[in-house]
Write a protein that binds this ligand. Structure first.
Ligand code: ADP
Length: 434
């Protein structure tokens, strides 16, 4: 960002200054040539008045100057007098625009450019009382040759501007972004924005970062507390049964039952730890652009097959319909997402229920005929360890982490999740991929 601001300021500085030079020179030249034309007209009129006092046209020589030509032309175009011998082609002058205008209206002017010598000739002509036309002219540098003669100065100016612009833009940028650089330290030390004079406009952003941070901190604490609690429960059971066996308080036939309970609780813990590890893996995964396409329908079919045995045990039928466009993503993660949704649709279904998996375009919908989710719980089901009404879900094994994993994977893929549910009627979860 710093580099971008420096460059922008630098370009703005240089472009403004160079445009300024060009505009000033052109405008200045415009004034200058207008002034010159006005003076020329004025001088021509004075000369026309003096003309009556001259005894012969040749006396006009007294008024000529180094850069001031005088020409006297007859009504038919014949040149009677020309002060500049070199330019004095004695050809007929009637076709000159200023002469023609003077003959017709009393006065006329014209400007003629000479590309070869880079000059402009200004002409002004008036009709005299005797019908002849008196014309005066001066020569000036053209705007281009003016630029040419100023080239060195302009170049030096541009170099100066480039140097000044680069120094000023670096300094300005430093000043501009200094407050931004102070933000991390400020957040660390818990200083207020006013204390270190950060821009007023940044305060809402800082406030938002602070809120997000404290929310994160709260979530971390909740998570640790939840994990400890969830692990403590099976460990208490395990250690209780182990103690019974250790003290010889368990009858021989009970030992098998207790060992089974210990194994079940250990299995539960393993699932829980597996889910926690998976979540932390997903947490640290950077969002990337997935190069591969995944066939959603094939993934859904694979999950249906893997869970068909569990579904059959409860008499649940799973249907799969529709067809999908390939979606960009990670096959393993998408499989995990579909598996978790289908697993829940089986777990929270009624005996002999129905599950419909439908795929249309990039959307997967899993609809079940289960116990449903109360309206007020819907927004919370993606939270870690959240389980709707613990007693209700008690018979159903779960960690409360499945949907958190689903949400993580969906976010990771930029997919949107929608939930529709009615208690005792069923639940429909839609995942729309990008
Ligand atoms: P669990 O391991 O408990 O299934 P999840 O994160 O997968 O955890 O789900 C969170 C809670 O959301 C579940 O405990 C359950 O109460 C509710 N839930 C999820 N899916 C369904 C469903 N298809 N029907 C009814 N309730 C559901």
């Amino acid at each position: 960002m710093e580099r971008k601001i420096v460059l922008t300021l630098f370009y703005v500085g240089v472009v403004t200054a160079v445009t300024g030079i060009l505009i000033t020179t052109t405008v200045y030249y415009g004034f200058f040539s207008k002034e010159m034309k006005d003076n020329l007209a004025h001088e021509c009129r004075i000369l026309a008045r003096c003309y009556d006092w001259l005894s012969s046209p040749d006396e006009l020589i007294r008024f000529t100057g180094e850069n001031f030509r005088i020409t006297l032309i007859q009504t038919d175009g014949t040149v009677l007098y020309e002060s500049d011998a070199a330019a004095g082609t004695m050809e007929n002058h009637l076709n000159r625009p200023e002469v023609q205008a003077a003959v017709e209206t009393g006065a006329g002017s014209d400007t003629r450019y000479s590309d070869t010598i880079g000059t402009e000739d200004y002409y002004y002509a008036v009709r005299l009382d005797d019908g002849n036309v008196l014309r005066v002219s001066v020569q000036a540098d053209s705007v281009f040759s003016l630029f040419e003669s100023m080239l060195l100065i302009i170049l030096l100016l541009i170099i100066g501007i480039v140097i000044v612009s680069s120094i000023v833009s670096v300094k300005l940028t430093d000043n501009l972004i200094a407050p931004f650089k102070q933000i991390p330290g400020m957040l660390e030390k818990n200083q207020t924005p006013q204390e270190i004079c950060v821009y007023e406009e940044l305060q809402p952003l800082i406030q938002e970062i602070r809120t997000a941070r404290s929310k994160q901190e709260q979530m971390r604490q909740d998570f640790t507390a939840n994990v400890s609690h969830e692990l403590k429960t099976p460990l208490t059971v395990i250690s209780g049964y182990a103690e019974l066996i250790e003290n010889g308080m368990a009858k021989t036939e009970e030992c098998t039952l207790f060992a089974q309970k210990i194994r079940n609780e250990s299995a539960r813990m393993l699932v829980l730890i597996g889910d926690i590890l998976r979540l932390s893996e997903l947490d640290s995964a950077e969002r990337s652009d997935f190069p591969d396409y995944v066939n959603l329908a094939a993934v859904a079919e694979e999950c249906r097959e893997r869970l068909s045995h569990t579904a059959r045990q409860r008499g649940i039928t799973i249907t799969l319909s529709g067809s999908s466009l390939p979606v960009r993503g990670d096959k393993e993660e998408i499989t995990e997402l579909v598996y978790n949704l289908l697993d829940n649709a089986i777990k929270y279904n009624r005996e002999n229920g129905l599950i419909e998996m439908e795929i249309a375009d990039r959307t997967l919908t899993v609809t079940d005929t289960g116990i449903g989710i109360p309206k007020e719980s819907i927004p919370r089901i993606f939270e870690r360890f959240y389980r709707v009404d613990k007693s209700r879900s008690k018979m159903v094994k779960g960690t409360g982490l499945g949907l958190s994993i689903v949400k993580h994977i969906a976010d990771h893929h930029g997919a949107e999740i929608k939930v529709e549910s009615a208690t005792n009627a069923g639940t429909s979860i839609m995942v729309r991929f990008r």
